[in-house]
Design a protein. Structure first.
Length: 82
């Protein structure tokens, strides 16, 4: 399994990922590169979220979300089941 496949599976299961999660859970160091690969086939959204680093400082990091494009999710009033 490639890093790109592993990332896509993770996004299906967990909905979002940030660079630290990618490194610790998937062994992906260059998350933005793998996001680029996934975005060739699926819509990926990015939001900058504020987190606290190990020094107690508030910093912003990118958090990526897979936008579901399945027919079930685009039925009005239905929530995504993924």
């Amino acid at each position: 399994m490639t890093q790109t496949e592993r990332l896509y599976d993770y996004l299906i299961e967990n909905k979002a990922i940030n660079p630290l999660e990618a490194w610790l859970k998937l062994g992906i160091y260059r998350l933005s590169a793998r996001i680029h690969d996934v975005s060739k086939y699926h819509v990926i959204n990015k939001e900058m979220v504020e987190v606290e680093n190990q020094f107690g400082e508030k910093i912003k990091v990118a958090e990526y979300y897979l936008e579901c494009d399945c027919p079930v999710c685009h039925v009005e009033g239905e929530q995504c089941r993924h």
